[in-house]
Structure formats: structure tokens, C-alpha cells
Write a protein of this length. Sequence first.
Length: 280
Amino acid sequence: MGIGDFFKKTFGKQTCAFCGKEVGMMGRDKIKNDEFICSDCKRTCSRYIQVYRFTKDELLGHMEYMKRQGKLVESISALRGYRIPSASRQGIIFYDEVGMFRVYNSDKDDKYPLEMIRYDQVAKYEPYCIETEPTESGKAKEFKEGGVKITLVGGQTDLSRMPKGLRAHPYITGEITIQLDKNNMTYVSNIIQQFNTIFGVHDDTKGLFSFGPTKQQKREGEALKAMGSMFGAAIKAAKDGAVSEDAAAKVADAMNKVDDAATGGLAKYSRLADEAESKI
């Protein structure tokens, strides 16, 4: 390739592989196989993906995925959700009824399609804090901003090394950063606590004046009880030579309770998310 061809390919207009429009360097992104996507077509993709990682066919599949996400968001719009307040234009709305959450950003929500993220797709969540050096010596650092960073389970993640019950997100591989406040970490703590509740972080501990089994011990007890009921139903079915609806229900209940105990309660949200997605 000559230098003229190089400059033409780098700075000249290129054809969008999706809509066929000719676009300049500032209005496009390069994707795999030396193809390009224009800014308009890119806005049909998730704001959290890096388009250069994908081929045209992969992005076409992603665009269909985002259309389904739009229908999913619309289908749960009647749910109230739990919107944790923040001091910025960003935050999270939790929908326990469907085992998902939505990251909102008032500055970008009208520029990109809305999407839901399943609880069981979260690999890690942690607070972040940015401080600046003081303008005068001897003074404390100045708080600049605080928020939450969320890492999803990627397609290349070794799930055998992750907690049970997690599932890979089909497209998002990067870290999601949500800036919540420019004054303190109060709103950050509220979101971390909500995630801790979802993942049962403290379910195996007791409060100072709590008595009886912990939440996790209750789950394990319910699982054992349900397994006993399932075996009883199986023996009866073997004698009768047929599986009744009651026996099938006891098997399903037992398996669900075993999953709940094995995942710290996360499996309950996975079932709700599966049900919500199956309706789309």
C-alpha cells in the first residue's frame, strides 16, 4: 500500500458495512476485517461494548440482541423497581421481580438503546474513589468523585473458577463505571449494600442479637427437607408406575431449593430473569 492509499484509507471517506453510507474519519469506527461502522449504526449497539472487537456478522447479531433488550425494557416498564438515589445523573434501578438491573445515565439514555443486565451476570462490583492532591501542603486530599465499578462475566471467563450460578454476558466485556457523587461516598455505600443483599454476602452471619439459623442455614435446611419430600414422591411414583403432577412439582421444588442453597439465593433471581426473557 502506497502512502497515498494509506492516507486515503485512514482519513478519507469509508463505507459503513451496515447501512452503506459514506462517512468521514470522525463519523465512523473501525471493526474487524478492515470494515467500518458509522456513528448512526453504532448508536444501535450497547454503549458498553467496544465495536472494534467484533466482526460485521457478530455486530448484526448484537443489534438483534439489543432490539430484544428494548422489548425487555418495555415489558418491565410497569414495574416500579428500586431506584437508589444519587447526586449525579447516573445510577442503578434494581428490579428484583425479574432478577435484573438497569444502569441509567440521563445524558446518554436518549442516544443509545436501553438494556437490562441480569444479576447473575455480575462477576464483581466495587466502590471507587478519586481524590486530588491538596492545593496547600499539610491539608488532606480533596474528594473529587465516587462511584461503583461493575465487571460482568465475560464470554471467555472460566466459570469453574467463579461462584456457582453465574452466567456470561454475550457481549459486554469491559468494566462499567457509574459516577454517583462528587461530595461523599454515601450513595456508593447504598448500592454496594444492595448488591450484597442480592448475592447473600452476609446471609451466613448473625446479627448481634439474632437467634436461630442464618438465612443460608435456612436455605440449606429447606433444600434437605425438599429432597426428602422428592425421594418420597419418587418411591410412590415407582410403586404406582406413573409420575403424578404432585411428584413432578416436588422434584422441581427440590431442585430449585438445592440451587438456592448452592448459590446463596442467586438462583431465585436467575429463574425470574429466565421467565422474563422467555416472554420476549
